[in-house]
Design a binder for this molecule. Structure first.
Ligand SMILES: NC(=O)c1ccc[n+]([C@@H]2O[C@H](COP(=O)([O-])OP(=O)(O)OC[C@H]3O[C@@H](n4cnc5c(N)ncnc54)[C@H](O)[C@@H]3O)[C@@H](O)[C@H]2O)c1
Length: 157
C-alpha cells in the first residue's frame, strides 16, 4: 500500500458512515489522520465512528449537507473537537432512480441536486474559510458516478 503521511491532519468525510466514505476514512486513519465523519444517519455514523476507534481518532457528527445551518454547526463542532479541518472529502450523495429522463420524478431530481450539488457547495462554502485561515487545506468531491450515470442515461434516450 502507498504510504501517505497524514499525521496530525484532520479529515472531514461527508457521508462517512458507510460505503465509499467509510473506506476513505479507514485509509485516512491508516495514514495517520484523525477523521470526522459527517453523516445524516445518526445511529449508523455513531456506530461507525466507534468501530474505527482502534485505528485512530474518529468522531461522528450528525449533519444534513442540504441545510447550510447544519453544515455551519458541524464545522464548528469539528473545529472545536479536532482543532482544525485540513482535508474535506465531499462524498455524501445519492444516485437517484435509474429511469428515463421523462419518467424521472421531479421531486427525486430535486433531491439529487440538493444533496449532490448544493450539499457540496454548502461544505466548500463553509469549510474553505477555515482552511484559508490555517493557510492549508485540500478538498475532493466524489461525483463521478452521478455524472457517468447521467451521461449514460442521456445516451440511451
Ligand atoms: N457506489 C458507487 O458505485 C459510486 C460510484 C461513483 C460515485 N459514487 C458516489 O460516491 C458517493 C458515496 O457512494 P456510496 O455508494 O458509498 O453511497 P452510500 O449510500 O453507501 O453512502 C452515502 C452516505 O451519504 C449519507 N448521506 C446522504 N445524504 C446525506 C445528506 N443530505 N447529508 C449527510 N449525509 C448524507 C448517507 O447517510 C450515507 O451514509 C456518492 O456521492 C455517490 O454518488 C458512488
Amino acid at each position: 500500500m502507498n504510504q501517505i503521511d497524514l499525521n496530525e491532519k484532520v479529515a472531514v468525510i461527508t457521508g462517512g458512515a458507510q460505503g465509499i466514505g467509510l473506506a476513505i476514512a479507514e485509509r485516512m486513519l491508516d495514514s495517520g489522520a484523525s477523521v470526522s465523519l459527517w453523516d445524516r444517519d445518526q445511529k449508523l455514523v455513531e456506530e461507525t465512528a466507534r468501530s474505527l476507534e482502534s485505528r485512530g481518532k474518529a468522531e461522528a457528527v450528525v449533519v444534513d449537507v442540504t441545510d447550510l445551518d447544519s453544515v455551519k454547526s458541524a464545522t464548528e463542532k469539528t473545529k472545536t473537537s479536532m482543532g482544525s479541518i485540513d482535508i474535506l472529502v465531499c462524498n455524501a450523495g445519492i444516485a437517484g432512480p435509474t429511469v428515463k429522463v421523462w419518467e424521472y420524478p421531479p421531486e427525486e431530481w430535486q433531491q439529487v441536486i440538493d444533496i449532490d450539488l448544493t450539499g457540496v457547495f454548502h461544505c466548500l462554502h463553509t469549510v474553505s474559510p477555515v482552511m484559508i485561515e490555517q493557510n492549508y487545506g485540500r478538498d475532493r468531491q466524489c461525483r463521478l458516478g452521478c455524472r457517468k450515470r447521467w451521461e449514460s442515461q442521456c445516451c440511451t434516450l
